[in-house]
Design a protein around this ligand. Structure first.
Ligand SMILES: Cc1ncc(C[n+]2csc(CCOP(=O)(O)OP(=O)(O)O)c2C)c(N)n1
Ligand code: SF4
Length: 474
């Protein structure tokens, strides 16, 4: 027998039970409480009065549900942006706005030229690209005819010391004020995916521990109502390993960025995989070092240049899936941040898997990564719009090893997973590889049988008689 996390029966928990009370000061920031948000029926409401479950319009001009409404006190500078004919917006400087640069718009205004630009970098003369929902037939977005272009006439810095608000919006990850089009980051989709997975499994928040490294993504445990440990850059896996070893009754989630996990933390990434300890590692893979202003991360390919880089990358990107196969992870999957329902299903399967699980999540960073945007993943630039992602299982791919004593099958499944990981157009998402092999805990429990009965944290290690050990060393 071994000690494992138990669901919190009989109460059915929901996503709300995994939301922490902490304020959200994540980079995309917030806006002042009186800012009016455009609701799905075309009416407007103060952002401070919008609640989870309401429906609002996104930058695609379509209706989306609000997953969460957050607020906190902000004492710092803010930007006061004036939009011709549409009043002012008071907004934190990092909050991305959907903008067509004045220079880009000289010949023809087009939403295809719109970029997500932090409010602090928006210039006088730029245009807000604003969808015209009433004119947009469902499913048709992205042509200039469907957007209005509103000129920015002022962008001033002001001092601010009051409450600010933000919304987490499903699918589009964006919302409209009456004057402007605003975005939130793909990290929110992952946060939602984690909370949905925990609710699906009905895990007691008291029996879940989230560990993270440093980066924008490193803040995730702050917003999950569970135990949390925000550790050093690149060190999330050794700390999570310690957590799991002292308390095997707790579900351990590790999380962080691709820089954190595949760059500075690469050595730990490899050795944690081969150990096959029972944890789920969720990597927010946005191809940049978001927190430190968008330098290329280890997953950015040669020749690619995001808007935050002066020149293109002159080295190859690493392949995390192939690296995980080689390291020995026994559950390897990939998902997409802006499809939280599918992501939640994958995270839930990863948690249920006994052994080291990697979920590499393709994540948009609207502030620094202008290459791999929501529109890019949706294939909006292709001659015929078509998603750049496809689901492995829908193509009949099955990465699961059925007989773990069959070495030939293990090798075949690993080779198939690696081959899939090199597909780029479109990119496969789903489970690449899975094998139920002995875990590290199995080895530890066989050596120290008491740990199979009780987690280390519940064993009195302070009153042990160690005299025989000391005698032996005399
Ligand atoms: C030892 C150490 N080196 C460097 C840094 C600076 N630093 C902080 S976060 C970060 C990279 C963040 O990128 P990533 O891990 O991809 O996460 P993201 O912010 O994109 O979520 C770096 C280099 C640090 N905090 N500690
Ligand atoms: S990942 Fe990008 S958009 Fe998200 S918080 Fe970090 S810098 Fe901002």
């Amino acid at each position: 027998m071994s000690v494992e996390a138990k669901p919190a029966a009989p109460v059915k928990l929901t996503i709300k039970d995994y939301k922490s009370d902490l304020h959200n000061d994540w980079c995309p920031g917030c806006i002042a409480p009186d800012s009016r948000i455009v609701m799905a029926d075309g009416s407007s409401r103060r952002i401070a009065d919008v609640i989870a479950g309401d429906r609002v319009l996104g930058h695609d001009g379509e209706s989306h549900v609000v997953l969460a409404a957050t607020s906190h006190r902000h004492t710092d500078t803010m930007r006061r942006i004036t939009i011709s004919g549409h009043g002012e917006l008071t907004i934190t400087r990092d909050h991305p706005m959907f903008i067509v640069r004045r220079s880009a718009a000289l010949e023809l205004n087009s939403a295809e030229r719109a970029e997500w630009i932090p409010a602090g970098e928006v210039a006088v003369g730029d245009y807000v690209a604003y969808p015209r929902p009433a004119l947009v037939p469902a499913g048709r977005v992205g042509s200039s005819a469907e957007y209005a272009f509103r000129t920015i006439v002022a962008n001033e810095e002001i001092r601010y010391d009051a409450g600010v608000h933000n919304l987490e919006v499903a699918e589009s990850n964006s919302y409209l004020t009456v004057g402007a089009t605003l975005h939130n980051c793909g990290d929110f989709g992952i946060l939602t995916g984690v909370q949905m997975a925990l609710a699906q499994l009905n895990l007691d928040p008291d029996k879940v521990a989230c560990f993270s490294g440093i980066g924008c993504s490193g803040k995730t445990p702050h917003y999950v109502k569970a135990y949390g440990f925000h550790t050093l850059h690149g060190r999330v896996l050794p700390v999570a390993t310690g957590g799991r070893l002292v308390n095997s009754a707790v579900t351990v989630l590790a999380m962080g960025g691709d820089g954190d996990g595949y760059g500075i933390g690469a050595g730990y990434f490899v050795n944690s995989g081969r150990r096959n300890l029972n944890f789920t590692y969720i990597v927010h893979n946005n191809n940049v070092y978001g927190l430190t202003k968008g330098q290329a991360s280890p997953t950015l390919s040669r020749g690619k240049k995001t808007k935050s880089m002066p020149e293109s990358a002159i080295q190859d990107g690493i392949n995390p899936i192939a690296m995980a196969v080689a390291a020995g992870y026994t559950f390897i999957a990939r998902a997409y941040a802006l499809e939280p329902k599918y992501l939640a299903g994958i995270i839930a399967k990863a948690i249920q898997h006994k052994g080291s699980a990697l979920v590499d999540v393709l994540q948009t960073c609207p502030t620094y990564n202008d290459l791999y945007t929501k529109e890019w993943y949706e294939g909006a630039d292709l001659p015929e719009k078509k998603s750049r992602l496809y689901k492995l299982e829908e193509q009949g791919f099955d990465g699961k090893v059925t007989d773990v004593t069959d070495t030939a099958d293990i090798i075949k499944k690993k080779a198939a997973a690696v081959a899939k990981s090199y597909e780029t157009e479109p990119i496969p998402i789903g489970i690449y590889y899975q094998a139920e092999l002995p875990t590290y805990e199995d080895g530890v429990n066989a050596r120290i049988p008491a740990l199979a009965e009780k987690p280390l944290v519940d064993i009195d290690t302070f009153h042990r008689d160690v005299s025989s050990l000391l005698d032996a060393m005399r």
